[in-house]
Design a protein around this ligand. Sequence first.
Ligand SMILES: [Zn+2]
Length: 309
Amino acid sequence: MDYTDLGQGVYHLDALYIQPGVASLYGIVHNHEVAFIETGTAHTLPHVQQFLTDLSLSPEQVKFVIPTHVHLDHAGGAGVMMQAFPEARLVIHPRGARHMIDPSKLVAASKEVYGEKVFDQLYGVIPPINQDRVIVAEHGHQLMLNDRKLTFVDTPGHAYHHFCVVDQLSAGIFTGDTFGLSYPNLLYENSRFVIPTTTPTHFNPDLLHQSVDLLMSYQPQKMYMTHFSVLPDPAAFVDQYHEWIDHFVELAEEVKPKEESDLEIMIQKMGHKLAHSFDLSEHTIQNQLAMDIKLNCQGLAFWYQHRDG
Ligand SMILES: [Zn+2]
């Protein structure tokens, strides 16, 4: 299994969603207890089990399974993980809990987007989770992994069912999608960069700006990003990230998407703007960012069409 020891008991694992380098999950190992933040999909589970074996940890030592929100690249593996880890409790945002207890709506909506066959390839089975094993984490909720404190903060903007997890011990935050996307292999002027993920259907720029500021108020030294891996020194990226939230909003306001053909125009424009701004090749755009760009434009179009005023 491919995993990286990030120090202070935090391990990065590649969820192997679609291809390597797309989605992360994290294991926190602390005084013989384990928490997983994010789950990948059902297909990720064997890799997670191998990780435990490699560290001589038993399934019973897994105490918490913590998806940051219920989008399936984050929470798709929660059900099979809960089956595999009998002592674990699922920790989830108040607005996501019902979708984990009864995932039928989530599954149906996703099958509508992808079709049955692609859905199975991407996500596999999504079993329901017994309500008795679910901890609903409101804003400010604190959880102890043995004597390690994890604090949950409500961070709408990418999704209304999104929280982030502040880990005091490592001075890091597990950010899910709230701090955007940053792929370690993509550099501009020898530095990483961060772009928003505005996936349908909950993107809300005002709330996202606020959530980012809330995260920074904890003065994190690193962000444990889901897409992808750890981002050191987030204070160095936060202004640039705020600007790109605004750039995306301006793009939607410029195109005023109404029809399918408008979506294509947005996709083109976003690709060009990213390529130009960060000196990315057409090959990189097509091979690494095409899916993010498409989802971003779909989410921006949905936001534009449903916003007030
Ligand atoms: Zn998401």
